[in-house]
Design a protein around this ligand. Structure first.
Ligand code: SF4
Length: 544
């Protein structure tokens, strides 16, 4: 069922694992067989989780200045699993009692996540399923269809859902659905599995983490297929009150409730498993009660951005680099770039933090890159359309978005795809004119409504990569002022990036903008922006 869909990506990734893409035969250099390259890449990638010697090979993808900092502070990860095991041991009772030493290992583990496990997962998924490129879709509960079989995919792993996409589009399955009285099969998604299949296939987003139960209570969800992470413990209880079949698929994530059906996914029989699931959903269509209530709300979106497609859109076909993005930052049309990512938090009003932070940023000409549930929130708010630039953005960002035809908020995928943001920042460093490290760039990071454990790891790998990173809601460090000072101030001296906490979304965004301005001043490009703002105002006046 699986094959290499993106050979260009495979050839781009192979050198990072020191895998040859050419062979010499009788003095002649020839292209190496693709399957051979793929096999060696796979073996080398798997070894990164447990190799006994050396360090992660992907670390060399970081700017050299950053790599040297990691070396200086002794935080180069050796392999992914070893760093996780070691931090688990060090936080066991009675082991490491020095907060600086603990954070040294915490940093090493976080780098193993961002520049290791997550980055490799993104690359391998792109090779198998294709690197994303911009496409149109929709978002919110209104994507569910009353007259079709609704299958909602939820979780974080695209390996099975890719096959569900294939099977649900097969003519025999559509005919089978029609034989049961449905007009077709509507696939949609929740959380990051949704983001994965949105990015590559345009499958619409049904909702965020906090909307998973709402999808069921529409009465129109014939099957919810879950894999790992972010699945509410209560979702089975809610499904019990409706006709929804709740299907768990992963051996490490089962549910005890009797109504949860476990169809264990096995990649050797991926299509058969996907067929079983889709058929179960179709058979359940006729069990719907009369009370189907699907909210009308949904918004159009353009998603599917990646490191490569940003390069294409902001670099042009011929130039093909991040030069144009940098140029627009240097000339002040774009003030800076913000990565706004992460979860929804049940302690806050749904999406309020996400939307207010993002709107404040784009209003001030900061281009936003998004992943995870922030991406879903922005999609539902209509911020992922090129047209939204003219409504919500400052004049400089509006001009760039309208010229290039991109939204002011670029959706780069799931939480694991935060690694794409690290690589986009690295490309900005390489394109030149904005310093020689990520910490020199006018960029900032944010997770306005974070809640999951991995958000902390993601925050730490951004900080250790040189990014000022602001969290909303709360951080469990308020009672430890010495430790807080270490995270909020000392880290800046070490890595150039540091943590911050700001609950108020507007202040949160303004702190990020202040940091971006600080970096612009350090680069000597603050004056350029003042000039452009005046020019734009003058131009508008002339237009009136
Ligand atoms: S962003 Fe957070 S809540 Fe949303 S799917 Fe990812 S981990 Fe879960």
């Amino acid at each position: 069922a699986y094959r290499i869909r993106d050979i260009i990506k495979l050839l781009a990734v192979a050198p990072h694992f020191n895998v040859a893409t050419h062979v010499e035969v009788d003095g002649e250099v020839l292209d190496r067989d693709t399957d051979e390259i793929a096999l060696e890449v796979a073996e080398k990638a798997l070894a990164e989780w447990g190799k006994p010697e050396g360090e992660l090979t992907y670390l060399k993808r970081a700017p050299e200045t950053l790599y040297n900092k990691w070396q200086k502070y002794g935080v180069l990860p050796r392999n992914v699993d070893r760093e996780v095991v070691e931090i688990m041991h060090r936080t066991h009772i009675g082991v490491d009692q020095d907060y600086k030493n603990l954070m040294k290992q915490g940093t090493r583990t976080a780098i193993a996540d961002g520049w290791g496990g997550s980055m490799m997962a993104t690359d391998l998924q792109d090779i198998l399923f294709g690197a994303p490129s911009p496409l149109q879709s929709e978002a919110n509960l209104g994507v569910l269809k009353e007259d079709q079989v609704n299958i909602v995919i939820h979780g974080h792993e695209p390996v099975l859902s890719e096959m569900i996409v294939v099977v649900s589009q097969a003519p025999e399955m559509i005919e089978y659905a029609q034989s049961k009285g449905a007009k077709g099969i509507q696939l949609s998604g929740i959380c990051c599995t949704a983001n994965e299949i949105l990015q590559r296939h345009g499958v619409p987003l049904c909702g965020t983490f906090l909307q998973q139960e709402l999808a069921i209570i529409t009465g129109a969800c014939d099957a919810m297929v879950v894999d790992i992470q972010c699945i509410f413990q209560n979702v089975a209880n809610v499904a019990k009150c409706f006709h929804t079949k709740l299907i768990t698929t992963h051996p490490i994530a089962k549910m005890e409730q009797e109504n949860a059906i476990h169809i264990e996914f096995d990649e050797y029989h991926a299509i058969e498993d996907a067929k079983k699931i889709v058929k179960l959903a179709i058979d359940n269509f006729q069990n719907r009660s009369a009370d189907v209530m699907i909210p009308a709300q949904k918004a159009p979106q353009v998603a599917g951005f990646g490191v490569e497609s940003i390069e294409y859109h902001l670099g042009g076909t011929f130039r093909g680099s991040y030069y144009t993005l940098n140029d627009n930052i240097i000339n002040g049309r774009i003030r800076g770039v913000a990565g706004v990512v992460g979860c929804n938090n049940a302690r806050t009003k749904h999406n309020e933090g996400h939307i207010e932070v993002v709107k404040e940023l784009i209003k001030n000409d900061v281009l936003v890159i998004t992943t995870g549930c922030n991406g879903i929130a922005c999609a539902m708010e209509g911020l992922l359309t090129p047209e939204s630039a003219g409504v919500y953005c400052g004049p400089g960002l509006t001009e760039v978005c309208e010229t290039v035809g991109i939204p002011p908020v670029l959706h780069m995928g799931s939480c694991v795809d935060n690694s794409r943001i690290l690589l986009a920042a690295t490309e900005m460093v390489k394109a030149g004119g904005l310093g020689d490290d990520i910490s020199d760039l006018p960029v900032a990071g944010s997770a306005p409504e974070w809640m999951s454990e991995k958000a902390i790891s993601i925050g730490q790998y951004f900080v250790a990569s040189g990014v000022y990173t602001v969290f909303g809601v709360t951080l469990p460090i308020a009672g430890a002022p010495v430790f807080q000072k270490y995270l909020f101030e000392t880290f800046e001296e070490m890595y150039g990036g540091m943590w911050d906490l700001e609950v108020d979304p507007v202040k949160h965004a303004r702190k990020m903008i202040a940091h971006i301005d600080k970096k612009r001043a350090a680069l000597g490009i603050d004056k350029a922006r003042e000039r452009v703002m005046v020019d734009m105002a003058a131009r508008r006046e002339m237009a009136v």
